[in-house]
Design a protein around this ligand. Structure first.
Ligand code: F3S
Length: 755
């Protein structure tokens, strides 16, 4: 189930017919993006023209991938769907929870010890439900997906924002929240607003110091962090074809930094070479047969302005290496202008640490080119002046580059090899420094450089560049070094210059690995028991939510009337709470603690009418719940914007909140509330928000008659004996009302499976 050649065969068999049908229906030539999207429509969304950036459409992705932090709640929920196996091939990857401290071996041993209960749970639940399990140390989710599962023309979702990395192999691969993964694994349709399509035409050819990373650093500078929002970026042109498949992966990976839904490239020789090198000649042969359908139509690329929502052109012949940052990945500096920028903006001029690798840049080509600089440095009597770390993306990469002497080249100039995991990229980094608060500069070949991301120090200026540039800068130890023009003084006092990096795309002796760290799921998982320690404070099996009863939405208390912005971070804060994301009861202790109480302008302080005392929001909710008193949360505009985390809906549900009534919802959060069987309601007249008083008893009088396209009635019984009444709207269709009546969407699926 983990890798399914039959599935790919089926996709390719249907492809020519489906593409032709879509072309006829849309009455125009198709972009690659449209080909992939329209051939993955779910039967609930008939083949018709959907408005880009407008219409919501149901899709049927081919695969799901989950990383260990987000997989916990997703799989705890999936267990309640009542299925024997996942509906589509799925994998779990243990990469986010490994702290980088001393080096690969010790760090991995420590992580195995500290996270044992989480890993045991993920391993057994994967084994039981037919999910491929990649153990800690096996590598980073996106690198493993590219090496093993991605295929041209496919569509996948992954519970991590850099899932688009698989676009390097011609997929539409989209980063989502756990709730979406549950939908697809449980066999439900998956919904997405039909994206816009941005075309990036690449002309010319990369050479010298410039690498694929510089393409996306340049694109980020043009489009900014918001420029890709709601769009898929499709790269094409001779420049695209001249680049390696893994280089394309880097570009797609970092498309997340411009807010793009995903990015992709058409099938070409480089993808075929990569498939063959990674033991998938069968997939390459199948793709060759349908190659014309795995790229955009020629007419589209000949007249891009006519078919894309926006077109950008980049000439690779003249593209310079870039360094982007600090604090935001779209602040782009060509290397020739960077030294002046260091002076102008007073960036700390000493480069303290250079970090290469990660899911973004740890291909054989990346590491081979960076190692060519390390070898030169050794020959020319240089060592790294900055601290220098290397994070291989997978055990297969690590084993291969170790065999080929690439890791030795780094270690010989002072580099430290870290575990095959996210490590410093996600702040899992016990950085060695004498002053953790000092203003300082670091450069990584990762993707994100927000404040505090790598080491928690807001004074760390994080910059992003290619592995080649990071390596050269680390050798110099200076932020003002331009390896294209500047010389360095070696141990013998001589002035030496680094030559441009060189390297090969794929290992000449092939990839190799002794133990890739993969666990194939059991063919029959029925006898496998999922390991969850009842005394664990990190994991807790879920109980199905009970359906809301009519009497529970009468005389409800207002848990909190949130004032102003109330994002998913206000509803379910991240940070230290991430430890508990597999334990609903414990993580519910952060429920709405960041929201501002409209009645006293304070956070996490609400009046409870059982005790007549002010208390923390989760405590007040628990008190009401334990006394059998229903609760409603009231809010303003765009309630629940931010991340798609399902905890923001599950926590209030767990604490006994039945309804959320706001001026408007962020769409994903509204859907998440519906999936958890709650009432997501909006004021028909937004001014009615003002009518809700702290001491009200709130009733939804016609809940029993809830029906699609029909408003409900809210009655407020004020403490002074007066009443107010008004209409509230909802967007539930009949299927979603059925979720409410069943207690949750998963309860409904389970009922159907066992019926
Ligand atoms: Fe991990 Fe960083 Fe990639 S957190 S998945 S290495 S973006």
């Amino acid at each position: 189930m983990a890798f399914d050649i039959d599935l790919i065969k089926k996709v390719y068999e249907d492809l020519p017919g489906k593409v032709a049908e879509a072309r006829t229906k849309l009455g125009k030539p198709l972009t690659l993006t449209e080909k992939i999207l329209y051939t993955h429509l779910h039967p609930e969304s008939p083949l018709q023209q959907y408005g880009r950036g407008k219409d919501y459409v149901f899709f049927q992705p081919d695969r799901v991938a989950m990383q260990d932090a987000t997989a916990q709640m997703a799989l705890l929920q999936f267990m309640m769907a009542g299925r024997d196996k996942v509906a589509v091939p799925s994998t779990v990857h243990c990469d986010h929870l490994i702290l980088a401290e001393t080096g690969a071996e010790e760090d991995l041993a420590r992580a195995n010890d500290q996270n044992k209960e989480v890993y045991d749970f993920l391993s057994t639940v994967s084994d039981k439900y037919g999910i491929g399990f990649w153990k800690p140390g096996a590598g980073i989710i996106h690198q493993i997906v590219l090496e093993n599962y991605a295929f041209p023309g496919g569509m996948m979702i992954g519970t991590d924002s850099h899932t688009p990395n698989a676009g390097g192999l011609g997929m539409v691969a989209i980063g989502v929240g756990g709730a979406d993964a549950v939908d697809v694994m449980a066999g439900m349709p998956w919904e997405l607003k039909m994206p816009k399509v941005i075309g990036v035409k690449l002309t010319g050819k990369l050479s010298g110091w410039t690498s694929p990373k510089d393409v996306i650093l340049k694109v980020a500078g043009i489009l900014t962090v918001k420029g890709g929002t709601g769009a898929i970026v499709e790269y094409f042109g001779e420049g695209a074809r001249s680049m390696s498949c893994t280089g394309k992966g880097t570009i797609c990976n970092m498309g997340a930094e411009i807010g793009a839904t995903t990015s992709t490239f058409g099938y070409d020789e480089s993808m075929s070479r990569y498939l063959k090198a990674t033991d998938r000649a069968d997939v390459a042969a199948l793709a060759d047969q349908v190659a014309e359908h795995l790229t955009g139509d020629a007419e589209v690329y000949a007249n891009p302005e006519q078919y894309f929502d926006r077109v950008i052109e980049i000439d690779l012949n003249t593209l310079e290496p870039h360094i982007n940052g600090p604090y935001t990945p779209d602040r782009a500096f060509p290397i020739s202008e960077f030294a002046a920028a260091v002076d102008k903006f007073e960036f700390p001029p000493v480069l303290e640490v250079g970090l290469i690798g990660s899911c973004t840049n740890s291909s054989y080509e990346d590491l081979d080119r960076a190692a060519s600089l390390a070898r030169q440095a050794k020959q020319k009597g240089l060592k790294v002046k900055s601290e220098f770390t290397v994070t291989p993306g997978s055990e297969q990469i690590r084993f291969t580059v170790q065999r080929d002497g690439i890791l030795d080249a780094f270690e010989e100039i002072g580099g430290v090899v870290l575990a095959n995991a996210c490590g410093p990229c996600i702040g899992q980094w016990a950085r060695h420094t004498d002053d953790p608060n000092r203003a300082n500069s670091i450069i990584t070949s990762f993707n994100r450089n927000f404040a505090k991301r790598n080491d928690g120090n807001p004074q760390t200026r994080g910059f992003v560049a290619s592995p080649e540039i990071v390596t050269a800068m680390s050798i110099s130890g200076s932020m003002k070094f331009n390896p294209l023009t500047d010389t360095l003084t070696n141990e013998r006092g001589e002035e030496v210059k680094l030559d441009p990096p060189t390297g090969v795309e794929l290992p000449p002796k092939g990839f190799a690995v002794e133990d890739a760290g993969y666990q194939e799921p059991a063919a029959d998982g029925s006898g496998i028991e999922v390991s969850v320690d009842p005394s664990s404070d990190r994991l807790q099996l879920l109980e199905p939510f009970k359906p809301i009863r009519t009497e529970q939405v009468q005389d409800m208390r207002v848990l909190i009337k949130a004032k102003g912005k109330c994002t998913t971070d206000h509803i379910s804060m991240a940070g230290p709470w991430l430890t508990y994301r597999g334990h609903l009861e414990n993580i519910s202790q952060n429920c709405l603690i960041g929201a501002i109480n409209a009645y006293n302008e304070k956070t996490n302080s609400v009046l409870n009418y059982v005790t007549d005392e002010y208390m923390a929001v989760p405590d007040s909710a628990t008190t009401y719940r334990d006394n059998g008193i229903g609760q409603i949360v009231v809010g303003e505009e765009n309630y629940g914007e931010g991340s798609s985390r399902e905890h923001a809906a599950m926590e209030p549900r767990f604490l006994g909140v039945h309804a959320v009534l706001v001026k408007s919802f962020a769409r994903i959060h509204e859907t998440n509330l519906k999936k958890q069987g709650m009432l997501a309601l909006t004021f028909v007249n937004p001014d009615d928000y003002e009518k809700v008083r702290q001491d009200d008893k709130v009733s939804i009088t016609d809940f029993a008659a809830m029906a699609p396209n029909r408003n409900l009635t809210v009655v407020l019984e004020h403490a002074d004996g007066t009443k107010d009444s008004f209409e509230v709207a909802h967007t539930y269709n009949q299927a979603q009302i059925d979720w409410v009546r069943a207690g949750s969407a998963l309860n409904k699926i389970r009922q159907e499976l066992t019926a």
